[in-house]
Ligand binder design. Structure first.
Ligand code: HEC
Length: 103
């Protein structure tokens, strides 16, 4: 088989995609601009990831709660409805894990 340019481009972009996939949860956090309202340590419009992690410390149901909230959007407290995250279940779980492991 002779490698033509299209094949090479396809292979290169496949390699690129698989490496992007590894950090897709972080990419989604960046793309969805979560950091407009959340940072790791500082409370902005929303609570810092670290304070969310503290709030749910020892709560075995926390990953599930955060998953449901990010998946469906809607109210958490008395604030406006929370942003809904358009991502796969696996990615949303990974985002919840990142939030809950922030110190
Ligand atoms: C427009 C501002 C805004 C954006 C953008 C935003 N959030 Fe929030 N988020 C908030 C506010 C405000 C709260 C607190 C709500 C409350 O306690 O009533 C919150 C709460 C949370 C919580 C804690 C929920 C809990 O149960 O305590 C998590 C986790 C969270 N956001 C994740 C995210 C992620 C991930 C993104 C990006 C996909 C995101 N947020 C984008 C404003 C925002």
């Amino acid at each position: 088989m002779k490698l033509n340019l299209t094949t090479v481009v396809a292979l290169v972009s496949m390699a690129f995609c698989s490496s992007a996939f590894a950090s897709s949860a972080e990419d989604i956090i960046a793309k969805e601009k979560c950091n407009k309202c959340h940072t790791e340590k500082t409370t902005k419009k929303g609570p810092s990831w670290a304070s969310v992690a503290v709030k749910y410390k020892g709560n075995a149901d926390a990953p599930n709660k955060i998953f449901v909230q990010l998946k469906n959007g809607g109210k958490v407290g008395d604030e406006d409805d929370h942003k809904k995250v358009e991502a796969s279940d696996a990615d949303i779980k990974a985002i919840a894990a990142i939030v809950l492991s922030t110190k």
